[in-house]
Design a protein around this ligand. Structure first.
Ligand code: 13P
Ligand code: SF4
Length: 301
């Protein structure tokens, strides 16, 4: 039996499902039961009746799956696949901001640790951040930890006072306007689709801004043929499957998330076989972090 066959057999035997984010390698996406953006995967994790979840993604995704469905066993194929942005905010900063404003909502991007989520009023993903911030009663919003998604929300919801901190995604902020302009010159017919984790100058120069799923839908449904994509190139696999005639170009020479790249078929097989790298969280964290995640699922409806 090869690795893929062994994974499929073990998955059935152990009543396990594999969830994969669009940023993992194509061969991993192919063996997944569910592929999606971080919001879709959180929803699947909250509803599954499988006994075990193998999360082909980064740490905050596995943690959210565990918090939303605590009686399930959740496994990470690579224990060190982590999103650096998830750590770019401290509890001290949140407490200080809460003291400063009486009428404050702490809006926490799902790309954050379970420890930080305990202090949030609501979680969001890139696919629902604007909708959720609009729906909140508070005027002051502490949007953490992504300053670029926060800035995007600020411009979409001008009636709110959106305060951001220094957090950012190293992969998306690496994308430069100079390189985007070069790509536009090279492919003048191409439409530009980017993720809101990119810097404002990139977002403003784009034809479309959205989550990974929204970018895929935009490209697949568009009449255009040529696209310049401002996000991790893992999204190319789904687009090529759904619309093989589309021409896709990156802005930078390399657009990968090194942490998502750590997930391999061999590591998935290993956690299924040996049940290592289980996500174990402190009960108190889990209880406190559940409420902002549930509120996101409710408000995003
Ligand atoms: P999505 O919510 O669009 O899937 O993005 C997750 C992410 O980590 C983007 O860098
Ligand atoms: Fe984190 Fe950026 Fe990787 Fe997304 S692409 S998981 S935000 S490092």
């Amino acid at each position: 039996m090869n690795t893929v066959e062994k994974i499929k057999k073990l998955k059935e035997e152990k009543k396990a499902i594999i969830l994969a984010h669009y940023y993992v390698d194509e061969e991993v996406q192919k063996i997944a039961d569910y592929i999606g953006d971080s919001f879709y995967l959180a929803k699947v994790a909250s509803q599954t009746d499988a006994d075990r979840i193998v999360f082909a993604g980064v740490e905050f995704m596995g943690e959210s799956a565990k918090i939303l469905n605590p009686e399930k066993k959740v496994f990470m194929p690579d224990a060190f696949a982590d999103c650096p942005m998830a750590h770019m905010i401290t509890i001290k900063e949140i407490k200080e901001m809460k003291e400063k404003y009486e009428d404050l909502a702490v809006v926490c991007y799902i790309n954050s640790t379970a420890e930080i989520k305990q202090y949030a009023d609501v979680c969001v993903t890139s696919s629902n951040a604007v909708k959720i911030v609009k729906a909140l009663p508070q005027k002051n919003i502490f949007f953490i930890p992504d300053q670029n998604l926060g800035d995007f929300v600020r411009r979409q919801v001008p009636e709110k006072n959106v305060i951001t901190n220094y957090g950012h995604c190293p992969r998306h902020t690496n994308i430069t306007l100079e390189k985007l302009n070069e790509a536009k010159e090279k492919y003048p017919e191409a439409k530009v689709a980017v993720h809101p984790e990119c810097k404002r100058e990139i977002v403003e120069a784009a034809d479309f801004v959205g989550s990974t799923s929204a970018i895929i839908d935009y490209v697949v449904q568009s009449d255009a043929k040529d696209f310049i994509i401002g996000t991790v190139d893992g999204v190319f696999a789904k687009i090529k499957e759904l619309a093989p005639n589309k021409e896709l170009h990156t802005i930078m020479d390399v657009q990968v998330c090194p942490n998502m790249k750590k997930v391999t078929l061999e590591k998935i097989l290993d956690v299924l076989e040996n049940e290592t790298n289980e996500v174990i969280l402190n009960d108190e964290f889990m209880q406190k972090a559940l409420s902002p995640l549930e509120k996101m699922l409710e408000l995003a409806k």
